[in-house]
Structure formats: structure tokens, C-alpha cells
Design a protein around this ligand. Structure first.
Ligand code: AMP
Length: 192
């Protein structure tokens, strides 16, 4: 089972991906986590990613497409994967379609976790307040979030009609409690 979770920063994609990993034995492919590992390793990619992430911008499509293509080819993805944070642009969505077709892999569900901006801003503020400074994400601050939301609306939201016109997009209300969002996603998956 291969699933894309779409939604703005702070919508709960990572949280819901972890629930799906637990319930369905699939792997979570978070491009944000991959880039954070690269930053931690101090690699050349990591140095570029740090500057881009701190500014709340997006990494170039070709780099992200290459990273995901290599990751999907790894054996642990054979049981299925949850894409969390990819695709983030229409170019990435088109490249993903081609990649899946070439590898003969299906795309089973595209699920949008919908949350409006004021709720996201409150959530990120709460996350900053609750997380000790050493564990805080460098891009979790009010200033960067504003850029990340602008980037979401300008570059990522146009993916929604891309999947909608293909009859693939399902939407869940991400402003409900975490367990209720998981139930909504579970219902979409059980409906097949
Ligand atoms: P996330 O953890 O998904 O919120 O991602 C954190 C940051 O990593 C984003 O704000 C981007 O700078 C970068 N990033 C993650 N995934 C992608 C992607 N698919 N394309 C471009 N940049 C990405």
C-alpha cells in the first residue's frame, strides 16, 4: 500500500504517517527527516539543506526527486510506503508518477490533511513552547513558519487539483483530535 499524505506544515502528516507505519507495516518516507539527517551529518547536501530549511524555502526539485527515487528502490519499501513531505511541487508530483510507473508500483491513496493557517500558527507556537531548545527544529519559529505557509500555498497547494482531476484526492479534517484524524484516514484506507 503506497500513500501520499499532503497538507501544510504542522498539519500532522508525520504524526499520522507514524500511525500508519504502526498499523500497516509500511515505511514512512519523510523528506524533511532525510534532509535533517543530512544536516546532522554535515554533508554537502546537508549544508545546502540547512540554509534552505532555515529560510523556509524548498530544496530544488531535481535533488528531492533523486533522493526519493533512490529511497523507494530500497527493499524495505516493497511492503509499501507513506510519503510525508513529498511531492511538494507539481514537478515533483509529475516525476513521482513517472517513477512509480517505471517501477510498476501503484499509488493507492492521496490524502489531504486539511488545517487552516491560524490553527497551524497556534500549533507551531505551542510546539516551540513545549519543546526544549536543544530538541527544537530550527525551522519551527513564527518567522520561518510564515514563509513555509506562503511556500505551501504557492507551490504545494497546486498539487491538490493535480490529484483531484485524476479522481485520487481524499480529504480529512486535520483540525480534529489526532485519534479522530487517524480514524478518518483509516476509513479511507478500508474503503479501498
Ligand atoms: P518538513 O519536515 O516536511 O516540514 O520539511 C522541512 C523542510 O525541508 C521544508 O521546509 C523544506 O525546506 C525541505 N523539504 C522537505 N521536503 C521537501 C521537498 N519534497 N521538496 C523541497 N524541499 C523539501
Amino acid at each position: 500500500m503506497n500513500i501520499i499524505l499532503l497538507g501544510p506544515p504542522g498539519a500532522g502528516k508525520g504524526t499520522q504517517a507514524k500511525v500508519l507505519v504502526n498499523d500497516h507495516g509500511v515505511v514512512q518516507l519523510s523528506t524533511g527527516d532525510m534532509l535533517r539527517s543530512a544536516v546532522a551529518s554535515g554533508s554537502e547536501l546537508g549544508q545546502e539543506a540547512k540554509a534552505v530549511m532555515d529560510a523556509g524555502k524548498l530544496m530544488p526539485d531535481n535533488i528531492m526527486i533523486e533522493i526519493i527515487s533512490a529511497r523507494i528502490a530500497e527493499p524495505d519499501c516493497a511492503n509499501g510506503f507513506i510519503l510525508d513531505g513529498f511531492p511538494r511541487t507539481t514537478a515533483q508530483a509529475e516525476a513521482l508518477d513517472k517513477m512509480l510507473e517505471q517501477k510498476g508500483l501503484p499509488l493507492d491513496h492521496v490524502i489531504e490533511i486539511s488545517v487552516n493557517d491560524p490553527v497551524l500558527i497556534d500549533r507551531i507556537k505551542a510546539r516551540v513552547a513545549e519543546t526544549p531548545e536543544a530538541e527544537r527544529r530550527d525551522d519551527d519559529n513564527a518567522e520561518t513558519l510564515k514563509h513555509r505557509l506562503d511556500v505551501y500555498h504557492e507551490q504545494t497547494a497546486p498539487i491538490l487539483p493535480y490529484y483531484e482531476t485524476r479522481g485520487m484526492l481524499k480529504k480529512v479534517d486535520g483540525m480534529q483530535p489526532i485519534a479522530d484524524v487517524s480514524k478518518q484516514i483509516g476509513a479511507i484506507i478500508s474503503a479501498g
